[in-house]
Design a protein around this ligand. Structure first.
Ligand code: 1GP
Length: 238
């Protein structure tokens, strides 16, 4: 059985682009989940990400178990903090917030999570997480108390991504933040994708199908759609 990481590498090698729908357990009403699942199953999504900056309720477990029962897509935890771990998920993005200088999000939470993850069968995927200034304050910046990278400082963004790759990150996530006014600049995606080997995830503020395609053309291997699908479950039909 191929790991999810291996599947992402294979997709990149074969030029197949990937798409994740991000579900924030805090915003899901489980009673309405059947309709949502129908729409996910009709969509071109290849992965489901589950997580959020602040997940206050305990429906993470319930949500993942429904998703595992009713879709065939791999469910990957995209955690905001170490409380967002579930053995039912297929994998977890083991994030380090490389753009910030808050030690909690660089290593402390990883230290807390490691022994918990070690006891589970879950696949752990080391992922560099780079937050790019988006024109509005997003939850990631607020909750992590870190400053995003300047969206015009391409050299710094590239150096950050390369440092993450050298540290052994298996994926690099370029993030504008959920509900970002401006998505990650296409030229930045292009520069980074041409200068690192590992697959690139891009998300935050991508609100139409055209923008998804542009991100792919710039070099994104996997695009994440959260808010746009949350606001309109018919998003992928237009
Ligand atoms: C946020 O990248 C994801 O972490 C998705 O962002 O909600 O803006 O699609 P949106």
């Amino acid at each position: 059985l191929r790991t999810i990481h291996q599947q992402i590498l294979d997709a990149k090698k074969n030029g197949q682009k990937l798409l994740a729908i991000l579900l924030d357990p805090d915003k899901i009403v489980l009673e309405n989940i059947d309709h949502l699942i129908l729409k996910i199953n009709e969509s071109p999504a290849t992965h489901i990400f589950v997580g959020g900056s602040i997940v206050q309720n305990t429906i993470l477990e319930d949500l993942i178990s429904v998703l595992k029962q009713k879709t065939n897509l791999p469910v990957i935890i995209f955690p905001g903090d170490p409380s967002q771990i579930s053995p039912q998920a297929d994998a977890i993005l083991f994030l380090s917030l490389l753009s910030g200088r808050n030690p909690d999000y660089l290593i402390e939470y990883q230290v807390q999570a490691a022994p918990v993850l070690k006891k589970m069968k879950i696949e752990v995927i080391s992922t560099g997480y780079i937050l790019i200034e988006s024109g509005n304050e997003t939850a990631v910046a607020r909750v992590s108390k870190t400053k995003p990278l300047n969206r015009e400082n391409f050299d710094l963004a590239l150096a950050t991504a390369q440092a993450g790759e050298m540290l052994g990150n298996k994926l690099m996530y370029l993030e504008a933040g959920s509900g970002a006014k401006n998505a990650v600049p296409l030229k930045m995606i292009q520069l980074i994708s041409q200068n690192i080997e590992i697959p690139i995830i891009v998300g935050g503020g991508i609100v139409d199908l055209h923008a998804i395609q542009n991100a792919y053309n710039a070099g994104a291997d996997l695009v994440v759609i959260g808010t746009a699908f949350e606001n309109d479950s018919h998003f992928f039909e237009s």
